[in-house]
Design a protein around this ligand. Sequence first.
Ligand SMILES: *Cc1c(COP(=O)(O)O)cnc(C)c1O
Length: 407
Amino acid sequence: MLKINEHFLKLQASYLFSDIAKRVAAFQEEHPDKDVIKLGIGDVTKPLPAACIQAFHKAIDEMAVESGFHGYGPEQGYAFLREAIAVNDFQARGAEINADEVFVSDGAKCDTGNIQELFSLDARVAIPDPVYPVYLDTNVMAGRTGNLRDDRYQGLVYLDSTKENNYVPDLPTEPVDLIYLCFPNNPTGSTATIEQLKTWVDYAKENKALILFDAAYEAFIRDDALPHSIYEIEGAREVAIEFRSFSKNAGFTGTRCAYTVVPKECMAYDSKANKQAVHPLWNRRHCTKFNGVSYPVQRAAEAVYSTEGKAQTRELVSSYLKNADLIAGVIGELGFDYVGGDNSPYIWIQGNRDSWEFFDLLLNEAGVVCTPGAGFGKCGQGYIRLSAFNSYENVVRAMERIRQALK
Ligand SMILES: *Cc1c(COP(=O)(O)O)cnc(C)c1O
């Protein structure tokens, strides 16, 4: 008799997006004449930058002839892309990262989900609340938690992001080994300063812990004082892995390309407390379980770093930031407390009412879809997330309707 991995049974059924879809469908059925504007999902809406499309086409043409054909590539990614990433995303900002520390993949979702495989099942895990659910659920699946009780898995350390700490969690009061951080944050849109990240890096060094830093929204940072990478923090090479993606800066959500940086100094410990480098372990895992991102996609990603590509991706991100600024402005005028909306495509709004009640209010009175904060964790109760991923025209209309509905 085949037995299943019972840890999967501990997972909380994720009704969030299906619940949203159901309520939207019911509303549309009742009001077939009303159009609904979606500011809920975290998916980009604008097409790929022209430089990426050009490089993509050219690479596909290469694949059509024997002399240009590419079969299996290096699992870690082609040197041309790893080099462009190391130089442009890190060395140009004074962060010392080399091409052989960059692992190209088909998504930061997979990488942030898979990385926990390298660490022992009794690792003490610290997870932000509210959170991008991937970090949480993959640790549940692996068996690093007990059952769910009062909206929280037993055995995890939750890092509360609240108004009191300006949505940047404080250091844990109990010891932890593995720490997930995400800045600019999804869902809150909050950012972390160099000083704040430094306290985490110092903590990790003191406690022989490791930080898993998700920087998927790095391109939205426009405040020059904010760090784009954790490797801008002194000492981070020893204690941090960073995840990046082309999804949000260049619209690759449906094209699929991302990367993970594992510096050679990153260490974890075996049962005899001997240091073990993490880089060769991730390399082994990656080569065993992954066979590389397709050649044309890697060429399209490389084009993000061309002169035209840089200008086009900046413009793309700026257009979403313009939406975010508009959303934040109206929400502020209406008197709500919020975070995000600058250096981030998300606006996290304290609704002074239940998350779903606020969701229903916006849907019924304004015809606007948001995401109820409670879907991201206990600390999200009472909040909603608005996303800037839509056209400017739709955001203008949505905010005008919200203004009318809530004034
Ligand atoms: C969108 C997003 C990613 C990127 O995921 P991909 O799989 O690369 O598309 C990673 N982390 C967070 C928090 C995100 O919101």
